[in-house]
Write a protein that binds this ligand. Structure first.
Ligand SMILES: [Fe+2]
Ligand SMILES: [Fe+2]
Length: 180
């Protein structure tokens, strides 16, 4: 599944990079619009599992994490909007249709294979951090972009930890907090 995630991500990124060459903040806005979807999808599945009596010991911890992540991605999205990322109709049309597909893909993926779904988002977060690092290397210092880059790295660490948590149902909530 890891290979499948990497190939799918690389193809998607290559298409977006090609379509958005020379339009950094539009590209960042599209990426941030998409980046929110997995966390919302994870929350949806966790809610549904809870409603069906399938709540695991790690549920509350994961729901808090994913809620914080989705809010953080919304802050990134708002920042990209302030830099003109969503100024054009065509970009909003593209991103908002893509995100609908990506949301449902993540819902099904997380329900059926949560580790693989987390791994896909982990790769996406690493890609996001690399994207912002490249922008900084080419355009010089930008405090806000650096802050967002660090947020993406933090998300990748949290996703890595989440894989560990669902692999180990033996940990107490306190131990899980310490592992984060
Ligand atoms: Fe982000
Ligand atoms: Fe992120």
């Amino acid at each position: 599944m890891k290979k499948f995630n990497e190939v799918t991500l690389n193809i998607t990124v290559a298409i977006i990079d090609f379509l958005y060459r020379g339009r950094d903040f539009q590209r960042f806005w599209v990426l941030e619009e998409i980046a929110r979807a997995p966390y919302f999808a994870f929350l949806s599945v966790l809610h549904l599992r809870e409603s069906l009596g399938l709540r695991g010991p790690e549920h509350i911890y994961l729901m808090e994490e994913h809620f914080a992540q989705t809010l953080n991605e919304t802050e990134h999205l708002e920042y990209m909007e302030s830099r003109g990322g969503s100024a054009y109709w065509v970009d909003r049309f593209f991103a908002r249709h893509l995100v609908l597909i990506y949301y449902w893909v993540n819902v099904v993926y997380y329900w059926l294979a949560p580790r693989a779904a987390y791994h896909l988002s982990y790769e996406v977060e690493i890609h996001a951090a690399e994207t912002y690092a490249k922008y900084l290397a080419l355009n010089g210092p930008d405090e806000k972009i650096l802050e967002i880059l660090n947020d993406e790295l933090e998300h990748s660490r949290e996703l890595h930890n989440a894989i560990g948590l669902i692999d180990s149902g033996r940990l107490t909530v306190k131990e899980k907090e310490l592992a984060s």
